[in-house]
Design a protein around this ligand. Structure first.
Ligand code: HEM
Length: 418
C-alpha cells in the first residue's frame, strides 16, 4: 500500500511490520495519534493517555451492532450470524448484560481461586519439560519453544481447570485450534466447513459436560459455572454458558502461548536482563508484566462510539469504529519515558501496562494468565540451561494478536529439581 501525504499511516503490509510494528506505531503516536484508517474503516488510536481513557469511558461500546455499517462490520455481523450458537460472548456485550454475565463468571477467576491452581500448573509445566528431556535427550538439544512448549500448555491447563478428562485433552487442543480460526476474516470454503464442524463438536461436548456437572458437581470450573447464579438466583442459560466457555478457550489460549514465546525472545535479545532475572528469580512476577508491556500479544481492541466523543484532538460522531492499541500505548515515551523501547525487568511501574485492557472489560483471566506465565518463565530459567536462539524466529501474520509461529532455540534441559 502507498503512503499518502503523511509519514504516519497505518499500514500492516509495510515491510518489516510483521517482525516489529513498533516503529510504525511511534510514527502514528507522533504524527497522527487518532488516525483515520481507510483499510480498517475506523480510527487507529495509539497514545497511552487516549487508549487508557477510551477503555474506561462508559459511553463507549463493545457491541458491533452500534457501528455505522461498513464493509468490515457487515462481514463480521455475517460471520457472527453464522456461528450464532456461540456468538453471545461477553467480549461483545455492553452493560447491563455484560455486567450480569461477568458477575456470573468472575468467582473462579479471583486471585485466591487461581492461586489454588498453582501446584497443578507447576506439575503440568514440569511434566512437559520432563517429557521433552526424555524424548530429546540430556545433551544440547534443539527445540521450537512454541510448538514444543508454549503452544500446548494453556489449552491443557485450561482443560484441566475446566474439568475436561485427561483423555480428551488432545482432541480439545485440536478443536480449540480450529475454532480459533473462525475469527479469521479470510478462509477457504473447505477450511470454513472444518472450523464450523469443530465449533459444533466443541459445543455439543461442552453441553454434555455441563449436564453431567450439574448432576454431579466436582471441584472444577465447569461445576462452578453451571451452578453460579445471580442475585435473583438465576443461572446461565446453556447457550450463554457454552458461548462463554468457547470464549474462554479462545481468549485464554493464544495470548498465554504468545507471551511465553515473545517474552523469551525479548530476553534472549536483552542478555543483561536475562542474566539479571537468572540471578534473581524473585523478579519474575514483575518481569512478566514488563514483557507484556514490551511485546505483549494484544495489539488492538475494537470499540464503537455511541455519542459524539473527543478522542485526543478529534471529535468522532456516534457509530465510529475505533481500534485502540494497547501495544502502542505500552511503548509511548510520554508514559514510559526514555526506556519505553527497552526491556527493564525491574521497571518500577511495569504493572501499569494496558495488555490486559482496562475498564469493565479488563481481562477476566489476567490472574490465570500471569500464574501460567510466571511458572513457565520460572521453569525456563531453572531448567533450560545455555538457552540460545538457533535460527530466525517466525512471526504469525495476524493483526490483532501478535505471536510467534516458531522460536528455534538450543539448550540443555535440566532434570527436575527434587
Ligand atoms: C497474556 C494473556 C492474556 C492477555 C494479554 C489478555 C488480554 C485481554 C484483553 C486486552 C482483554 C480486553 C478485551 C477488550 O476490552 O475488548 C481481555 C478480555 C478477556 N480475557 Fe484475557 N488475556 C489473556 C489471557 C486470558 C486468559 C488465560 C483467560 C481465561 C481463560 C482470559 C479471559 C478473558 C475474558 C473472558 C475476557 C473478556 C472480559 C470481558 O469482556 O469482560 N484472558 N483479555
Amino acid at each position: 500500500m502507498q503512503q499518502q501525504g503523511t509519514s504516519a499511516v497505518f499500514d500492516p503490509f509495510e515491510e518489516g511490520y510483521v517482525e516489529s510494528p513498533y516503529a510504525q506505531y511511534a510514527r502514528l503516536r507522533d504524527g497522527d495519534p487518532v488516525h483515520r484508517s481507510a483499510l480498517l474503516h475506523g480510527w487507529v488510536v495509539t497514545r497511552f493517555a487516549d487508549v487508557s481513557k477510551l477503555l474506561r469511558d462508559p459511553s463507549i461500546s463493545s457491541d458491533i451492532h452500534n457501528a455505522t455499517p461498513n464493509p468490515l462490520t457487515k462481514m463480521e455481523l455475517a460471520r457472527l450470524a453464522e456461528r450464532e450458537r456461540a456468538s453471545r460472548t461477553i467480549v461483545l456485550m455492553d452493560d447491563p448484560d455484560h455486567a450480569r454475565v461477568r458477575r456470573l463468571m468472575s468467582e473462579p477467576f479471583r486471585p485466591r481461586e487461581i492461586e489454588r491452581l498453582r501446584a497443578q500448573v507447576v506439575e503440568r509445566i514440569e511434566r512437559a519439560l520432563d517429557q521433552l528431556r526424555e524424548e530429546r535427550g540430556t545433551g544440547t538439544v534443539e527445540l521450537d519453544l512454541i510448538a514444543d512448549f508454549a503452544y500446548p500448555l494453556p489449552v491443557e491447563i485450561f482443560s484441566e481447570m475446566l474439568g475436561v478428562p485427561d483423555e480428551d485433552h488432545a482432541r480439545f487442543r485440536y478443536l480449540s485450534q480450529q475454532v480459533a480460526r473462525t475469527v479469521d476474516p479470510v478462509m477457504t470454503e473447505a477450511e470454513r466447513i472444518e472450523c464450523f464442524a469443530a465449533l459444533d463438536e466443541m459445543y455439543d461436548y461442552l453441553v454434555i459436560q455441563a449436564a453431567e456437572k450439574r448432576v454431579e458437581p466436582a471441584d472444577d470450573l465447569m461445576s462452578a459455572l453451571v451452578n453460579a447464579a445471580d442475585d435473583d438466583g438465576i443461572p446461565f442459560t446453556d447457550e450463554e454458558l457454552i458461548a462463554q466457555l468457547v470464549t474462554l478457550y479462545l481468549a485464554g489460549h493464544e495470548p498465554v502461548a504468545s507471551i511465553i514465546g515473545t517474552g523469551t525472545l525479548a530476553l534472549l535479545r536483552a542478555p543483561d536482563q536475562l542474566a539479571k532475572l537468572k540471578a534473581d528469580p524473585s523478579l519474575v512476577r514483575n518481569a512478566v508484566h514488563e514483557l507484556l508491556r514490551y511485546d505483549g500479544p494484544n495489539h488492538f481492541m475494537r470499540r464503537i462510539t455511541t455519542q459524539p466523543t473527543m478522542v485526543g484532538d478529534v471529535e468522532l460522531p456516534a457509530g465510529e469504529v475505533i481500534y485502540a492499541s494497547p501495544a502502542s500505548a505500552n511503548r509511548d515515551p510520554a508514559r514510559w519515558g526514555e526506556t519505553a523501547d527497552q526491556v527493564v525487568v525491574d521497571r518500577a511501574d511495569a504493572t501499569q501496562h494496558l495488555q490486559f485492557g482496562a475498564g469493565v472489560h479488563a481481562c477476566l483471566g489476567s490472574h490465570l494468565a500471569r500464574l501460567q506465565a510466571d511458572i513457565a518463565f520460572e521453569a525456563i530459567l531453572a531448567r533450560l540451561d545455555d538457552l540460545q536462539l538457533a535460527g530466525e524466529p517466525q512471526w504469525g501474520a495476524r493483526l490483532f494478536i501478535r505471536s510467534l509461529d516458531s522460536l528455534p532455540v538450543t539448550c540443555t534441559i535440566r532434570e527436575r529439581a527434587s
